[in-house]
Design a protein around this ligand. Structure first.
Ligand code: NAD
Length: 513
């Protein structure tokens, strides 16, 4: 990794010391046991990060609570200015941060840079938003009355994030929450804790330069037990949680029990429908990038290709051919297409899916396998696999977070393909490849895809920050990022003002004294 400038990148991010604590907003450190951050790229230990104890957590909460009182009264465009400066710092540190993401998580350097670019983009979006946090005005039914609604800051927002987008998901939440006047406490994945510390270092400097308390952005570290400190804490009105459906169900129950709000961004089981009118070249690019990009570890990764029987062999052969070109290896080396999985547990999940699909009646047509030998010492590198399968198979219904692509066949109308695509528990991303207007519109109609994201002639993976991002059903129903996703970070208040000397009641009710 030294050849790829990791040491310099860490230095630029203020990560020189190998032991990193938890920022509590007043610079004291986490005092719990240490977690080791190791790289799936070469298996090396990168650093130790100390975890947050209940006692540390109380300090963090105090710092966040105090910071909120100051931050919420600062005019939103001024908060936007702070977020603008944060975006500038991200521009300055794009390369080192992109590199750290690649090294700690295992995605390609290009994708690491792409993740930081998403952070920059959401900052730009949030700066504009800081002048547009508007509610509606309504006409009152009572004379001499004015009625309107306004959005106020919510409070402390808890953010729990997954390993696969170790920095961007945090920014999607914080950039919006900050201009909305909230303060944030972030628990990154225990698999990518160093990315969390790096981001905290970046925002801490911006806050300091602006003479603002670091409690506006707090970091806590550890596994689900540390996450639970927030989900069960009534002082946190909103918990935004990104990760598996299994985690989302537990988080939703805990937060719901105390009538808090949760924003859930959970697993997907995304499909591309390939109709007889599809452009084969575009289909292959979309499907292959969707299935093997980030080694199949995106929530929007393509898991299923639903191909019309008339096109089936043609598409199958083209995709199988494309898989032969894939170069697997160190993701920091830009010649490689596919990097490692996050850890050996993920490799076990990948092997299990390949076994199960055969046991359940499917057929592996690109067998895949775990790579060994020079360059693959971490044990996390696998070859992307393809299986012919049927949608009802248990393994196809399940999100395996690895590069295993299932080919499914449909016959007849596009309705049949849409039925197959919707017949899974998850509802995140979906796509149709077609030049037929009727098929495309049918897919986008109320009787079409049931996912939060539905694309035409684009794959399932990769989204722009301008739209609201999220999915339905087992994906959790939350929306983040663009459009009006900001509203979840605020509380809405309806105000009615009487500027007369009478007190008429609503609905014409008479109450004479
Ligand atoms: P995970 O569910 O194992 O962990 C995610 C986070 O939740 C981690 O920070 C973990 O510590 C925390 N956590 C786990 N149990 C918890 C509990 N009971 N209480 C509080 N916190 C808890 O997920 P992962 O393996 O890191 O990520 C992969 C999953 O994330 C996939 O299913 C993927 O589809 C999903 N994902 C979804 C989106 C989206 O936007 N929809 C984005 C990225 C990843």
């Amino acid at each position: 990794a030294k050849d790829f400038g990791i040491d310099e990148a860490m230095k630029a991010l203020g990560l020189e010391a190998s032991n990193h604590g938890t920022s509590t907003g007043n610079n004291s450190f986490g005092s719990g046991e240490e977690i080791i951050s190791s790289s799936p790229v070469d298996g090396a230990e990168i650093a130790k990060v100390s975890t947050t104890t209940q006692e540390d957590y109380e300090k963090v909460m105090k710092a966040a609570g105090n910071a909120f009182k100051q931050w919420r009264t600062m005019p939103a465009p001024q908060r936007g200015e702070v977020v603008r400066q944060f975006g500038e710092e991200l521009r300055r540190l794009k390369e080192p941060l992109g590199k750290l993401v690649s090294y700690e998580m295992g995605k390609s350097y290009q994708e690491g840079l792409g993740e930081v670019q998403e952070m920059i983009d959401i900052c730009d979006f949030a700066v504009g938003l800081s002048r547009q946090l508007h509610g509606l005005t309504m006409h009152s039914e009572r004379p001499g009355h004015r009625m309107y609604e306004q959005y106020h800051s919510l409070g402390i927002v808890g953010i729990i994030s997954a390993f696969n987008f170790p920095v961007a998901v945090w920014a999607w939440n914080t950039a919006l929450a900050w201009v909305c006047g909230d303060v944030c406490i972030w628990k990154p994945s225990e698999k990518t804790p160093l990315c969390g510390v790096a981001c905290q270092n970046i925002i801490a400097k911006v806050l300091k330069d602006n003479d603002l308390p670091e409690g506006i952005s707090c970091l806590i570290n550890g596994d689900y037990k540390v996450g639970e400190m927030m989900t069960t804490d009534k002082r946190i009105p909103l918990v935004s949680a990104t990760g598996s459906t299994r985690m989302g169900k537990i988080v939703a129950a805990k937060v719901g029990e105390r009538l808090g709000k949760s924003l859930l961004e959970l697993g997907g089981n995304n499909a591309i429908i390939v109709t007889p009118d599809a452009d084969i070249k575009m289909t292959v690019i979309g499907a292959v990038f969707g299935a093997v990009g980030t080694a199949g570890q995106r929530c929007t990764s393509t898991r299923r290709l639903i191909i019309h029987e008339s096109m089936y062999d043609k598409v199958k052969n083209a995709v199988v051919d494309a898989y032969k070109q894939l170069k697997i290896g160190n993701p920091l080396d830009e010649n490689n297409h596919v990097g490692p999985l996050i850890d050996t547990d993920a490799v076990a999940g990948y092997n299990n899916a390949r076994e199960q699909v055969v046991k359940q009646g499917g057929k592996l047509i690109v067998e895949g396998g775990v790579l060994e030998g020079a360059g693959y010492e971490s044990g996390c590198y696998v070859k992307p696999a393809i299986a012919e399968a049927e949608n009802h198979m248990e393994i196809v219904q399940h999100e395996t977070f690895a590069p295993v692509l299932y080919l499914l066949k449909y016959s007849g109308d596009v309705e049949n393909a849409i039925d197959i695509q919707n017949d899974v528990a998850q509802g995140l991303s979906s796509a149709i490849m077609t030049n037929n207007l009727r098929e495309a519109e049918r897919f986008l109609s109320v009787a079409g895809s049931d996912c939060g994201i539905a694309n035409v002639n684009i794959g399932t993976s990769g989204a722009e920050i301008g739209g609201a991002f999220g999915g339905e059903k087992d994906t959790g129903g939350g929306r983040e990022s663009g459009s009006d996703a900001w509203k979840v970070y605020m509380r809405r208040q309806t105000n009615t003002i009487n500027y007369t000397t009478d007190l008429p009641l609503a609905q014409g009710i008479k109450f004479d004294l």
